[in-house]
Design a protein around this ligand. Structure first.
Ligand code: ZN
Length: 458
């Protein structure tokens, strides 16, 4: 998470938890919006070898997640590049924000905004994009490096010009949302310098819930095309409906959507998004192209686990609680740092709009430090969804344990997952358990013996 992306991060703190992907992305997404699309890239050539090893894997039983030596080296390098980008990017982002504060850009932008209009919302509409685009421009080399890594390791297939356009769209969307949130924020800070963190939290929650709700309709189609799965692959829908019947859950085919990810990425994925009337299961077309129907049934079972176990709602509740803690910490840190450096940065106090730059600094720091915690929560949800997927496909696909292990093997090969990630990197960055652990769980999970019971699907 880059510091300059604080506002996007702020949103993703919320949106991110509410979006349960089947697989995590290794290179941090270009946007804070927890989508792995734009920041990932891929492939050109190696897909042939992928298909090949998948065929080989199909012939023999899987006992562990493995890659051929050359690919394993690639996977390790790919992961290392992503780690450097993440940790180095955090330090770089901090440096940028401190420079922007030292150059006194926020007070300068504030003065421009105040001279332009007396309307507070209008001032936010001038000030926020100015600050945002300054930070985004300074951060751009990092985003570009992320895309370059994706291309280099054949994870992205998106050419530079559409990637740039996606990048620009992200900045515009983030900035539009931020104008509204910042306007609300400073209206509140001006009224209550001590308790703003609490009142702003109350005010921001409905806005954030609304964003999660409309995201499948408005935000996601800005970056990808979607088609009803039933239209593109009726046979697959029939297979998936068998899984639904086994679970005793009705997910109407209208909630099953195929996402055209193949224009941008080689990675495989599927996710649940939205909530209430906008909740739906999305399967990437790359997944459909490279997996067998029983394997997709397992992926779908995992996604249905998120759906049935209410992970989107849980994610939002946990996100809301985390947001409250974050705002409380930030209010203290903001007061402290303005006492120390306010004069040097030419920022009067917390209710001076220019303090937004300082607030972003702290939001970024706390989100960075909170990353192991949010990832631990995410890994827990993902593990339970794996369990659900195994239970719901048991007895309806041939050899469900091997089938799941094979699906993970294909996923690992395609996403170039490191078979032996360092425990520290898993602790800090992994939103999903490592593939090796997921394969082992699939192979050894057996609640069907005498005296035992599956946890979710009887
Ligand atoms: Zn998942």
């Amino acid at each position: 998470m880059k510091v300059g992306k604080a506002a996007a991060a702020f949103l993703s703190c919320f949106l991110g938890v509410s979006l349960c992907m089947w697989a995590g992305s290794q290179v941090p997404p270009a946007s804070g919006a927890a989508r792995s699309g734009a920041g990932q890239a891929p492939p050109a050539a190696p897909s042939a070898s992928r298909g090949g090893s998948h065929d080989a894997a199909a012939g023999q039983a899987i006992t562990a997640y493995t890659l051929p030596p050359a690919e394993e080296r690639q996977a390790v390098e790919y992961e290392r590049a992503g780690d450097w980008l993440y940790f180095g990017g955090f330090a770089y982002g901090l440096a940028i924000l401190l420079l922007v504060l030292a150059w006194r850009l926020p007070p300068r932008y504030r003065d421009w905004a105040e001279r332009t209009t007396r309307c507070r919302l209008g001032q936010a509409a001038v000030f926020v994009p100015l600050l945002f685009f300054t930070l985004a421009a300074l951060d751009w080399p990092l985003d570009a490096a992320g895309h370059w890594i994706g291309l280099h390791f054949h994870q992205s297939v998106e050419a530079w010009s559409p990637w740039l356009w996606d990048w620009a769209k992200e900045q515009m969307v983030t900035s539009a949302v931020a104008i509204v949130l910042v306007w609300i924020l400073y209206s509140i800070v001006r009224r209550s310098a001590r308790r703003w963190w609490l009142y702003f939290w109350l005010a921001a929650l409905p806005v954030l819930f609304f964003l999660v709700f409309i995201s499948p309709y408005v935000l996601e189609p800005m970056f990808y095309r979607f088609h009803p799965l039933a239209q593109r692959d009726p046979a697959l829908v029939a297979e998936l409906e068998k899984v639904c019947a086994h679970a005793g859950v009705e997910i109407p085919p209208s909630r099953m959507v195929l996402m055209q990810a193949s224009q941008k990425t080689n990675s495989l994925n599927a996710y649940v998004t939205g909530f209430g009337a906008s909740k739906r299961v999305v399967v990437w077309d790359t997944t459909v192209a490279r997996m067998t129907s029983p394997e997709i049934a397992f992926v779908f079972g995992h996604e249905m686990g998120h759906y049935v176990l209410h992970h989107v709602v849980w994610g939002m509740l946990i996100g809301a609680a985390a947001l409250l803690g974050l705002l409380w910490l930030c209010s203290g840190a903001l007061r402290w740092s303005l006492r120390r450096w306010g004069a040097r940065w030419a920022i009067r106090d917390a209710n001076d709009g220019a303090s937004l730059g300082v607030l972003w600094l702290w939001i970024s720091i706390f989100l960075f430090l909170g990353s192991p915690l949010s990832n631990a929560v995410s890994r827990h949800f993902e593990h339970e969804a794996d369990r659900y997927g195994l239970e719901v496909t048991h007895g309806i696909v041939p050899d469900s344990a091997q089938n799941a292990a094979r699906a993970f093997q294909v996923l690992g090969e395609d996403d170039l997952s490191n078979p032996h990630p360092s425990p520290f990197i898993v602790f800090w960055l992994y939103s999903h358990p490592p593939i090796s652990a997921r394969v082992q769980f699939a192979l050894h999970y057996d609640p069907w013996g005498p005296g035992r019971h599956p946890r979710y699907v009887r």
